[in-house]
Design a protein around this ligand. Sequence first.
Ligand code: PRT
Ligand code: ZN
Length: 285
Amino acid sequence: MKPLKLAIQKSGRLSDDSLALLRACGIRFNNGMGKLRTEALNFPLELFFLRDDDIPEYVTDGIADLGIVGENVLYEKAQPLPIAAKLGFGKCRLSLAVPKNSGYRQLSDLNGQRIATSYPRLLRSYLDKQSLRADIHEISGSVEIAPSIGLADAICDLVSSGSTLFTNGLREVETVLQSEAVLVQAQSLSAEKMALLNRLLFRIQAVQKAQQNKYILLNAPNDKLDKIVSLLPGIKSPTLLPLAIEGWSSLHSVIEENQFWEVIEQLKAAGAEGILVLPIEKMIF
Ligand code: PRT
Ligand code: ZN
């Protein structure tokens, strides 16, 4: 069977999370450190380690079947590749920023200004949509210093925590694009490779679901159970087991990470005791 060829970033912000995702999917491989490619030991998958900027092209050219890359790179390269899955890591935004003492008040203030960026295509299409004319200076790195050395009036760069902008005396004013890492696939894959991709996607979804949920165990008096169960949507319905103490039960269910604290407070108020919350490794429906 021909393996699926997956291109991931060799070394950079997406590398560790890309490898961790594959490991969480149960795919083992010899550490690819220093190598350009490696084969998985227990899944028909071959990994290519590349610069992130090259990944969309490798997939378009069919050298790789799949790639993990930031949406920012994908859209800047304008390679029309289908997204097989959003991966939830590498989150950042492409933003416009101006010196913090600038008189900027609204987007139209950028008319006729010089904007430094490594994302000229994304910036151009954003400005065009707003019918703005600005002078785009493409630079490949250290965009954040452009205003202080007099190269530009504003910048358009990736931001995550905002600390780079802050330390360079810049103020974020508009978001051009929200981005995260995505799994892209080649336009046409053989039936055999599609079947492998579907197996991989099934595993990715199980990992993502597990990351979004927690397993919860709690004890409660039987007369409070109805109220407590109504607070826990769970998978289908929660598991109830009698405790050794008369009139009490242990309840097991699944709770979404993003509503976790709110629901815990409500459970306590409704009479739940001894609440345990555990991470889930995989979730399969
Ligand atoms: O060598 P190679 O070309 O493969 O790597 P690279 O240096 O081009 O990319 P890398 O590893 O820096 O980033 C890879 C991908 O990570 C990007 O394409 C984004 O999709 C994603 N990502 C997520 C980020 C950031 N967050 C990020 N904060 N990429 C870059 N940054 C930079 C940003 O450019 C700025 O310099 O971090 C700085 C801002 O960070 P904060 O936290 O100070 O706001
Ligand atoms: Zn790069």
